[in-house]
Design a protein around this ligand. Structure first.
Ligand code: BTN
Length: 227
């Protein structure tokens, strides 16, 4: 894949512009980055406040013959790539938040376009607190452009691995970088993720439950979802 990065001094949302460009037919690998983002979009209808010096970008993927049920695999893949770019201190929180010192330092938003359950395109939006963070978040204190390059390299490598060999190894890598099995989450005890990237937890009746959307956090920590 070839990355084609277009940098804008200011945008309302890289995600909105990138979705527009994807529906106009731009190819995979097209990246929209904003140095300032005024109305950033977060998961579950939230807003994403980008502070000065942080990274905000969105890019297009067009995986071939990809069923809607596999979008969760790509979401997991992006989380692993971000964690690898950050290093040992990064911990993954389902579905694709990245925590450093138990606080969120990066978030991922994925939009998709489908025809008859098959994927036309995905737009992956990533916000990283490379330089500053709100009180409930953490910052990496790294050079934004250098980090951006490392992150795109990791994403490209894992995307190729996923296309060539499937989800198995990426799933294992994600499990090595998340909370230990048995951790008490708000939705039950953490068990694993399944072959589609869904979260599996054990509920109070010792039954396994599959969770495919929503917010998850550790019960014993005052972690606030969102930014
Ligand atoms: C989340 O809620 O954790 C996801 C946050 C995603 C924010 C990024 S910043 C770049 C891209 N453009 C947006 O408007 N949102 C995403």
């Amino acid at each position: 894949m070839h990355w084609d990065v277009q940098v804008f001094p200011e945008l309302n949302s890289t995600q909105d512009l990138c979705k527009q460009i994807a529906s106009d037919g731009k190819p995979e690998g097209f990246v929209i980055q904003a140095l300032q983002q005024m109305c950033g979009l977060g998961r579950l209808g939230r807003t994403w406040i980008m502070q000065e010096g942080n990274l905000a970008l969105s890019f297009i993927l067009r995986p071939k013959s990809c069923h809607a049920s596999q979008i969760g695999q790509i979401s997991i893949l992006i989380g692993v790539a971000l964690a690898k770019a950050i290093g040992e201190k990064a911990v993954l929180k389902w579905p694709n938040d990245i925590l450093v010192n138990n606080k969120k330092c990066a978030g991922v938003l994925i939009d998709s376009d489908l025809s008859a359950e098959m994927l036309n395109w995905l737009v992956v939006g990533i916000g990283v607190n490379t330089s500053q963070a709100p009180p409930i978040g953490s910052a990496l204190n790294v050079d934004r452009d250098e980090f951006c390059g490392q992150m795109l390299t990791q994403i490209e490598a894992l995307y190729e691995l996923w296309q060539d060999e499937g989800f198995g190894d990426i799933r294992k890598q994600w499990l090595q970088r998340t909370f230990p099995k048995g951790s008490a989450l708000n939705v039950g005890e953490f068990e694993t993720i399944d072959d589609f990237g869904n979260l599996i937890v054990r509920d109070g009746q010792n039954q396994l439950k599959t969770i495919s959307a929503g917010d998850v956090f550790l019960k014993d920590q005052n972690y606030v979802a969102g930014n």
